[in-house]
Design a protein around this ligand. Sequence first.
Ligand SMILES: [Zn+2]
Length: 377
Amino acid sequence: MNEGRVTASNIKKINRNRVYRMIYQEGTTSKFQLVQLLEMGLSTVSYNLAALNEEGLIKFDGFFESTGGRRANRIQIDPVARIAIGIGILSDRLHYVAADLYGHMIYKDTYPIPYEHAADYYKSVGEHLQQFISSHAIDEKKILGVSIAVQGIVSRDGHSVNYGVLMHNSQMTLDDIKPYVPFPCRMEHDSKAAGNLALWNLPDIRNGVLFLLNQNLGSVVITNRVVQWGDHMRSGLIEHTCMHPDGPLCYCGKRGCLETYCSAERLEKESGMDIASFFRVMRETNAPELRRIWSDYLSKLAFVIRNLSVTLDGVFILAGYLVSYITKEDIQLLLDMINALTPWPLTEDQLRVGHSGPYTPALGAALYYISAFIDSV
Ligand SMILES: [Zn+2]
């Protein structure tokens, strides 16, 4: 008897989740369409719609055009019924984003707070979170959780930073931040968060490599639509691919890593300009020295993509800070550079560009709570 009751309640739960997911997936739908798409009885669909509506998770928004009979209600999920917050911790600033249930960035802010492994800093992360929430009038009851993207390799359980040489945050743990964040919270490696955002936004990709073109380079490997962690959370650290054993010193302690050629930091060092000025002056004046620096950057990236393309047959995605400065011509040039080197040329759709710029890791991290919520409805 008991078992029977459990099964019935499971089926009830599954049906409810299927109804919600189908509305989510369709964007706008009607009761009749749901009955058809789900092959579910009208009474079950009606019951679940009423329950989801009462909980504020879906809304009835106007009517479809009449096709003769009674006009059907337009049904949608309420995308802001719940909100996930993402924080990006960088060495010189904090990024905050709020994402709706479709993973759209609805609010974003940057605060110029330099990282420091100190209680005052972590307290300040919490204070800025409160400032972000109140300045955008976000209802705290709707917040699913706060997901924190950090530079550095984060442990499998999302609790501590295992390798944080770049930002000197190797001692950082979630316990440092938790006292100042009155919501569920977790940490994630920024590159892996960016990989999850790419998977979210590009439903057609299966395998690939994402480059996070930030102040420091990040990267991640995706196979069968899963961001690879590896045995020690070190899969996909392509930024430490050795280009020249005698090259410039990398922060990892070794020489000639891709990081030393393809970070925004390198562009700034070599040109003596900040990134915005570098791209503005290069585009406006076509200065040969700046062109050379940029072309060298792209050629190093092309070299690595060429080599990766024979190991991993998939797409190559550029994301992060520099993407907002990259033009269509740059992408074409990069593709030409890759294809001049490789025996199996990449097609145009194998080279993709992300859209969330510097907020990519924070937004990617926030998706964790959204996926979990959708699974749990
Ligand atoms: Zn390195």
